[in-house]
Design a protein around this ligand. Sequence first.
Ligand code: HAM
Length: 425
Amino acid sequence: MADQTSFDPPRGMRDFYPEDMAWRNRVFDAFRAAGAAAGFSPYDACVVESYALLARKAGEEVANQIYMFEDKSGRKLALRPEMTPTLARMVAARQKQLSFPVKWTALAQCFRYERMTKGRKREHYQWNMDIVGEESVLAEAEVIGAACDALRRMGLPDDSYRVRVSSRALLSELLEASGIPPEKHQAVFMALDKRGKIPDAEIEAILRDGGLDGQSAAAALGILAIGSLDDAAAKVSPDSKSVAGLRELFRLAEIAGFADRLVFDISVIRGLSYYTGTVFEAFDTAGEFRAIFGGGRYDSLLTAIGGDPTPAVGLGFGDVVVTELLKARLGGDAAAARKGVAVGFMFPEQRDAAVALARRLRESGECVDLSLHSAKPKQFFARAGAGACAKAVFIGPDDVAAGKAKMKDLETREQTDIPLGGGAL
Ligand code: HAM
């Protein structure tokens, strides 16, 4: 402790003061309620994972962002940067017992050594919703629909965001139609995902390093200019499964009630290499913030870690961006909903009456913030007004003598009588 020089947490890590917790609780409550409403079972795992499970191929940004360390026995460990490999490991471990499809949800703390920008911290909480063991595109519709539900529960208007959806399988078909062979597609995905983050000339250079000639590199970049699913469909086989899958997703979204927020966007690729089919990312409509959530289909991850072939789809929804967005759209103190009763007293002689009232209120289910020492009425009400309670009761000598006090609504200023020393509340 002697060399403590700053009260700040380590760079990129977050402290949650009570006003921050009000936001965090609002967001977490919505995650949990939306997960339960969609019939997902909560699961969890330790934030420390084997580095071998998380170690990644080059090209993925997250590969260089893993916090890794050795324990005292020389085991290579890491703080997880995401939950999906852990989920895959847990499912693979019980592959024979589980009855598929499984629908699991977690609220996982994740760590990434990121370059710090708006919406990006080195530690964040990520709500995960995954369906493992299901090929039907209804699985995509269910996870995206649940994320839209969570946003509505947080109070974000539907027109504040859009979920952009595409398909890596479709992109593969388009690349093949441009003469780029399948074995090059993975590298092309990772390069094209950098669009908007680095200049196009640099992306072209990466594509050429990956073995594409100038014409193919230009063709790959050109695909990102496709403006609609119909335009994409016109360039691939009329029997394209990926086009049919996306059309079905839009149709299901219509029935499920979130089609107004779903848009096709060929440029959504995602930075993680394990996605195989549908990919999606949600952004605020004004384009001010980073991605709110993202996910997709990853049908090969279980085999990649040694499990049986199992289709899967899911999403990760961080707490950082959505909290910034909610504050911007709803106001910085919108999360501070008042509730409970502040109980105070004027002189030490009224303290017992205050304690007895607090007990009765708490027994009736109220939250009570009981003053710990006597105060003048002005002091008490100033503190109660600045606090989190919705109502306040202040007990003076006259109230004890009369056997009742006034309960004041701190917003409307309305007052009602409340009996002291017993009786119904
Ligand atoms: P991801 O796109 O890397 O996907 O992260 C998902 C979400 O987590 C992002 O959209 C963002 O909200 C949040 N997030 C990620 N990194 C940070 C950061 N450094 N600071 C703040 N928020 C962050 C995945 O991680 C996939 N595993 C999601 C998934 C689950 N796919 C299938 N199942």
